[in-house]
Design a protein around this ligand. Structure first.
Ligand code: PMT
Length: 402
C-alpha cells in the first residue's frame, strides 16, 4: 500500500513509545521505508535497537552524531521524508514545537522540515486539557500541522479519558488514505470552515430556544472537506456526535458565539460552509434565576440575532461562501433569494419536509444552486455521501469560474 513512501517517525518520551514500535512494524509491512528519530526521554522507555530492527535502518537521537560526513543528518532526514509522524507526542514536545524550540534531534528536524507533519499526542487526560497544551495545539493547527487526535480509554496513569495514542493500525490507515488521496486531493492546501448543529439561546438557567438540527449534515461536510485534503475547522453547536478525525473542532452554544468563532477564522478561509441551523431570534432578556410560572399566558420578547452568513457576505474578499437554506415551502425560490441577499457563491437548498431528508435524518435530498443560477439536484442519499458529492461539485465548478 505504501510502497516507496518515506516516513520519518519522531518518537518522544511517554509510555506509548511501545506502540510506536508496532507502528514501525505496520508501516514497514505496508511497504513504507521508515526511519526513526528518538528523543532522549523516549529512549528511557524503549531501546533504539527495537526501532532499528523493525525499520531496518539506523536510529537517530543525537544531533551531533553525524553518521555520514557527506551530509548533515538533521537536514538530510528532514529532506528525505515524504511524511513526518510524531508519535507519541508529549505535551513538552508540543510546547517546544509551538514555540520554535530546537534543542534535540526530533525538534531540530521539525524546524528544518518541509514535508507534512502529523502529530499524534499521548498523555494524561488532564495534561491534554491543560490550557497551555490546548493553546500550543491551537498554534500548531494555525502553523499547518495536522493532528491524529488521541482516543479515549484507560490511560497508563490510571485515569480514564482522552489521551491514548491512536492505535497503530488506525494511524497506518490514515497514512495510507493520505497517500492514496494525495494523488487527487482537490482541497489540499485549502482552509475550509464548516458550521454545524443548532444554536441554543438561553431564556433562564433551565430553559432555552433551539431547533431540531442534529449536526449530521454539517459534520458530514467537515469530514468530506478533511478527506479532500482541506485544513478543516468545524464550528459546532451542541450536538451528540463524535468529531470527524482530523478536523479542528470548536464548540459554541449561541448564535453570538458562533459569529465570533466564524469571524476568528474567516480572513484565512478559502471556503465557508454554513450548514448550521442558527437561531434567528433570541430572548431580549436572559434571566439569572428560573422564571416562575404564573396563571394565564406568558410571552417572551425576542430580538434578532446577527445573520452570520450575511455578515460574511458583506465582508467577502477571496472566500467562497456556501449557505444552506432550510425551507418548508417554495424551497428553490426562497433559497435563491438567500443566495442573492447574503452574497453567496452557492446555496444548498434543503426542503426539510422531504421524508428522505432534513433535520435529524441520516439521509438528505438537496439542490445545489450556484451564483449564476445553475441548479444541480441531488437525489436522496446518506448525508456522508451527499457531502462528498456536494463538495466535489462545488470545487469543480469553482475551478471553472476562477
Ligand atoms: O443538522 P441536521 O439534523 O443534519 O440537519 C441538517 C440541516 C437541515 C440543519 C441542514 O441541511 C440545513 O439546512 N442547514 C441550514 C439551516 C438554516 O438555518 O437555514 P436558514 O434557511 O434559516 O438559513 C440560511 C443560511 O443562513 C444558513 O446557511 C444558516 O447557517 C445561515 N444563518 C441563518 C441565520 C443566522 N442568524 N445566521 C446565519 O448564518
Amino acid at each position: 500500500m505504501l510502497a516507496d513512501k518515506k516516513i520519518l517517525l519522531c518518537v518522544t518520551g511517554g509510555i506509548a513509545v511501545y506502540k510506536a514500535v508496532v507502528l514501525v512494524s505496520k508501516l514497514s509491512q505496508a511497504g513504507a521505508q521508515v526511519k526513526v528519530v528518538m528523543s532522549r526521554s523516549a529512549m528511557q522507555f524503549v531501546q533504539p535497537l527495537s526501532f532499528q530492527v523493525m525499520s531496518r535502518n539506523d536510529v537517530y537521537w543525537d544531533t551531533f552524531d553525524e553518521k555520514e560526513s557527506s551530509v548533515i543528518a538533521h537536514i538530510d532526514l528532514a529532506d528525505w521524508a515524504d511524511l513526518i509522524l510524531v508519535a507519541p507526542t508529549t505535551a513538552n514536545f508540543i510546547g517546544k514545537l509551538a514555540n520554535g524550540i530546537a534543542d534535540d534531534m526530533p525538534s531540530t528536524i521539525l524546524l528544518a522540515a518541509t514535508a507534512p507533519v502529523w502529530i499524534a499526542p499521548a498523555m494524561n487526560v488532564h495534561m491534554y486539557e491543560h490550557p497551555a497544551v490546548l493553546r500550543n495545539i491551537d498554534r500548531l493547527y494555525e502553523d499547518g500541522y495536522r493532528f491524529i487526535e488521541p482516543s479515549e480509554g484507560f490511560l497508563a496513569c490510571g485515569y480514564v479519558g482522552k489521551g491514548r495514542l491512536e492505535e497503530p493500525e488506525r494511524i497506518v490507515e490514515l497514512v495510507d488514505a493520505y497517500f492514496n488521496e494525495s494523488r487527487d486531493l482537490p482541497l489540499a492546501g485549502k482552509k475550509v470552515v464548516v458550521t454545524a448543529g443548532p444554536t441554543l439561546e438561553r431564556i433562564d438557567p433551565v430553559r432555552y430556544i433551539s431547533n431540531f438540527s442534529s449536526g449530521k449534515m454539517g459534520y458530514a461536510m467537515a469530514q468530506a472537506a478533511v478527506e479532500m485534503g482541506a485544513e478543516t475547522i468545524l464550528i459546532s453547536g451542541p450536538v451528540s456526535l463524535e468529531s470527524p478525525k482530523g478536523v479542528k473542532l470548536i464548540c459554541i452554544e449561541s448564535a453570538a458565539e458562533m459569529l465570533d468563532a466564524v469571524l476568528d477564522y474567516y480572513q484565512d478561509a478559502d471556503y465557508v460552509v454554513k450548514s448550521a441551523a442558527v437561531a434567528d431570534y433570541r430572548p431580549m432578556t436572559v434571566h439569572d434565576q428560573k422564571m416562575k410560572k404564573k396563571d394565564g399566558t406568558a410571552s417572551i420578547e425576542l430580538e434578532r440575532t446577527t445573520d452570520i452568513l450575511k455578515t460574511l457576505g458583506a465582508q467577502k474578499t477571496t472566500q467562497r461562501l456556501i449557505g444552506f437554506a432550510a425551507e418548508t415551502t417554495d424551497a428553490l425560490t426562497y433559497g435563491k433569494g438567500k443566495l442573492e441577499s447574503k452574497n453567496l457563491d452557492w446555496i444548498i437548498v434543503n426542503d426539510v419536509t422531504d421524508p428522505n431528508g432534513g433535520f435529524g435524518s441520516d439521509s438528505n435530498v438537496v439542490t445545489l444552486v450556484s451564483r449564476d443560477g445553475v441548479e444541480h439536484p441531488f437525489p436522496a442519499m446518506e448525508k456522508k455521501e451527499l457531502a462528498k458529492q456536494l463538495l466535489k461539485a462545488i470545487v469543480q465548478e469553482g475551478k471553472r469560474s476562477l
